[in-house]
Structure formats: C-alpha cells, structure tokens
Design a protein around this ligand. Structure first.
Ligand code: ZN
Ligand code: MN
Length: 466
C-alpha cells in the first residue's frame, strides 16, 4: 500500500455582470469575439480598471470557505505565451492573494484545508476545426473573472476529492459568486497527485483542466494505478504534467512540469495594490446568503426529515423554490406538505433540477386541491398542462374540465344506481369480470362526465359487486 497525496486547484468563473478589467459583458451566448475591447484583447497601451464586483465576490467566496481576507491584494503578471492569451501574460495574484486559509470538513471528520483563493483573469478559447484543419480563437471569455481555489495536499482518495468538490460547488453556488455549471466550463479542476512508500512525499504529477467530477475521479483512479505499478517495479515517477484522455480513460505525458519561477511573476505596473478594509469585508459579509448546510438546518427546524432537507438543498434553485412556496400567503399549509409536492410532482418533472413552473403556479395547484376544487389524482394532469407555460392553474383546470371533482359520497351513490340499473352486467361479472368492469366503469365516467377518480370508482364498483 502506498500513501496517496492529492491537492486540487479549482478555477471558478465569477458571475459578475462585466469582465474583470474592462466593461465588456461577462458570459452570455454572444457571437464569437462580440464581447471584446482593446483591454481584454490585450492591445498595447490599453489600461485595465479592476471590477469592484469581482473583488467583492472573491471576498464573498473567501467568507463562504472560512478564509482570512487579506488587507492588501496585488495583481501580478504571470508570463507565458499561448494564442488564447494575447498579452503574453495572465493577470493574477501571487504573493498577495485576496483570501488565505479556510477549509471544508468532510463527512468523515477530516478537514481539507485551503491554501488560498486568488482572483485572476480567464483566457480566450481555442476552437479547433478538424475538418478545415484550422484553429479559431474566440476572445469573449478572455478577461472573465476567475477565482482559483488552491487546497493543501490533504486529500487521499478519489472519494474524498469528489465529496470535497461537491461541497466546493455547493458553496460557490449558494454564496452566489459563480453559477458553477461544469457543462459550460464555469468550473475546472487541476489535480496534483503523488504516491509514496514512505512518509516523504513522492514526485507529483499534475493533470490540468478536468471538467467534471466523474473525470476527476477517473483520472485520480488511473494515476493511482499507474504510479503504484511504477513503484512496484522500483521505477521512478517523473515530475510532469499529464493530459487526461477521457475517451480512452488514460493519462499521457504532456510536458515536464514548469517551475513557478518560469513564469517570472512580477507586480503588474498597470495596477494599484488593492486595500481591503475591515469595513469592506463586513459589508460583504452582511450580504452573504445562507449556505446549503445552514438552509438544511433551517428546513429540519421547519419539520422536514434530514433526507428531504438534504435533497432540497442539493441545488440552490430548489431550496429557493421551496422557500418561495412556503412564503405563499394564499394558503396555510405545513412546509412538510409543500416539500412532498416538490419532491414528488415537481422533481419527477424537472430534468437537471430545471423547474418549469413558478412557485406561484405550483401553489395555485395546491390551493385547488386543498379546497376540494380538483382531486389530488387530477393534479398531475394539471401540472403537465401548465408545465413550461405561464398558464394560470385555475383557468387551465377549468379548460381541462377538472374542476368540480365528484365527492366520494356522490360517487358511491352513482355507482350503486348503475349497479341496480344494469343487472345483466352484474350477472356477466361472474363469467367475464373484465368485460363487466369495463362496461360499468364506462357508465360511471358517462354519468360523471369523466370527473370520477378512476381508482376510487373501481374500488367502489368492486365493493358494490361483492
Ligand atoms: Zn473588454
Ligand atoms: Mn489559475
């Protein structure tokens, strides 16, 4: 058995309105190279002006991870050449990042410490056109504010890494600093991993730009096996950057790892050092939204089970939907009942937690059911009809003819009448039960104009025949 040591670097795009050093729009689905200006294109002479929102969101992230917020932050130039970075350097923070320390406690009680969170700019995007054999560059992403969360090497397995990353994503989303959509590349991971026979750290390899939790897990598992096989044969593990191939599920050597000295960091002469006062930090702290674990505790206090509270806080949009429903003044209903509607009817319809009705629409349906205007059994049909529309639930219930459901007492009376009026069907029931049941059910639906609850009607018919 070897000792596995893993450290992570997480890049998260901040969801600020504008880019970090210019007023170009950040994000959105604009045409390639539409959201650019001389500053984010790196033209000589263009001067950066740092976005206050980006700094505040970085402080916010720091507070969400329990970091210490520094009094002073300094932007530095990290020099390297790549076509997606026209300036020839990335503006980032090195010696004076905005946040230091902090960490996350895993469910096994282990604390994964953060080294720092710093603010930097994202680069553009290269698009390789395989057919024409061309590479195109889209600079829309260039200058997007990124935070880089750097952990200490406290992680020792793929499972720990994934639990940690899930919590990281949750805190970024709940604190409101990043949308953290991995499929959009808003969250990217670099993994450092080393194996050793002794307590001394082994040579580490790095895999950059992994873009999903699954990829991180696979890449770690593969590296553990690869490095263990080398150590088994007393072979050396070379310090290097390896490229993860997610299709083949293997990593291959990319380049020998550059030293941080190769980047020739130095303070950016175009930028002032940033002073962060305690009053600035307090102002951000006042606006820090409740994080998932805080909402979970609150939901449990409202009477929800641990399990329900856990599911409702998996995504911020879900927790907010639940709270908005609870705040609906039209109806007095226990939060546990509202949770049932959301965990059942809503989640069964929402793909990837995308809820396509408003809290007001759902609560309209709940009002109709609770006031006896429609049956609970008819609620799914109504929800289907208003799903992904702006339709009013009550109007739609009327359109669909769902209003005025038949009460159980009336249904029993109607069924007894039908049984009395159809002796032939009753006789047939002994020999051809299915046919007789279908006939009688047809009569019930005819007399109630289809408003009878099918399950209840069947139950009452069988009782009447019994
Ligand atoms: Zn710009
Ligand atoms: Mn970085």
């Amino acid at each position: 058995m070897y000792k596995t040591t893993i450290g992570l670097e997480i890049h998260a795009e901040l969801n600020t309105f504008t880019k970090i050093f210019c007023r170009c729009l950040n994000g959105g689905d604009a045409e390639p190279n539409a959201n650019v200006c001389p500053t984010c294109l790196g033209m000589p002479g263009a001067l950066p002006v740092v976005s206050r929102a980006a700094i505040e969101k970085t402080i916010m992230a720091g507070l969400a991870f329990g970091c210490t917020i520094n009094d002073l932050a300094v932007f530095e130039r990290k020099n390297y050449f790549y076509p997606d970075l026209p300036k020839g350097y990335q503006t980032t923070q090195n010696d004076f990042p905005i946040c230091l320390g902090g960490g996350i406690t895993l469910s096994n009680g282990k604390v994964i410490r953060l080294n720092r969170i710093h603010l930097e700019e994202d680069a553009g995007k290269l698009l390789h056109d395989e057919v024409r054999g061309e590479t195109l560059i889209d600079y829309n992403r260039g200058g997007t504010p990124l935070i880089e969360i750097v952990t200490e090497a406290d992680i020792s397995s793929a499972e720990e890494a994934i639990e940690f990353l899930e919590e990281v994503r949750s805190r970024l989303v709940f604190s409101g600093v990043s949308n953290a959509r991995m499929e959009e590349g808003e969250l990217r991971f670099d993994v450092n991993i080393s194996l050793s026979k002794t307590k001394k750290l082994g040579n580490r390899i790095e895999m950059k730009n992994l873009n999903s939790f699954k990829t991180v897990a696979r890449a770690i598992e593969f590296e553990i096996k690869r490095q263990a096989a080398l150590l088994d044969n007393d072979r050396e593990i070379v310090v290097e950057t390896r490229k993860w191939n997610d299709t083949k599920e293997i990593s291959t050597s990319m380049r020998s790892k550059e030293d941080s000295a190769d980047y020739r960091y130095f303070p950016d002469p175009d930028q002032y050092p940033i002073k962060i006062t305690r009053a600035d930090v307090a102002a951000v702290k006042k606006n820090l939204p409740k994080l998932a674990h805080e909402l979970r505790a609150y939901f449990i206090k409202l009477g929800l089970s641990d399990y329900d509270a856990e599911i409702l806080t998996r995504e911020k949009c879900l927790a907010e939907f639940f709270m908005d429903c609870c705040a609906d003044k039209r109806i007095t209903i226990a939060p546990t009942e509202i949770a049932k509607w959301i965990l059942g009817d809503i989640l069964s319809r929402a793909v990837n937690f995308e809820i396509l009705v408003t809290p007001h629409q759902l609560m309209s349906v709940v009002c109709l059911v609770n006031s006896g205007k429609i049956t609970r059994k008819n609620a799914p049909a109504l929800l289907d009809a208003i799903w992904s529309t702006e339709k009013d639930a009550a109007a739609e219930a009327k359109n669909l003819g769902l209003l005025g459901g038949v009460s159980e007492d009336d249904l029993v009376k109607i069924i007894m009448g039908i049984i009395a009026a159809n002796p032939q069907a009753v006789e047939d029931y002994a020999t051809k039960p299915d046919k007789a049941l279908t006939f009688l059910m047809g009569q019930v639906m005819k007399q109630t104009q289809g408003k009878a609850d099918v399950v209840k009607a069947r139950e009452f018919i069988l009782q009447g025949l019994g």
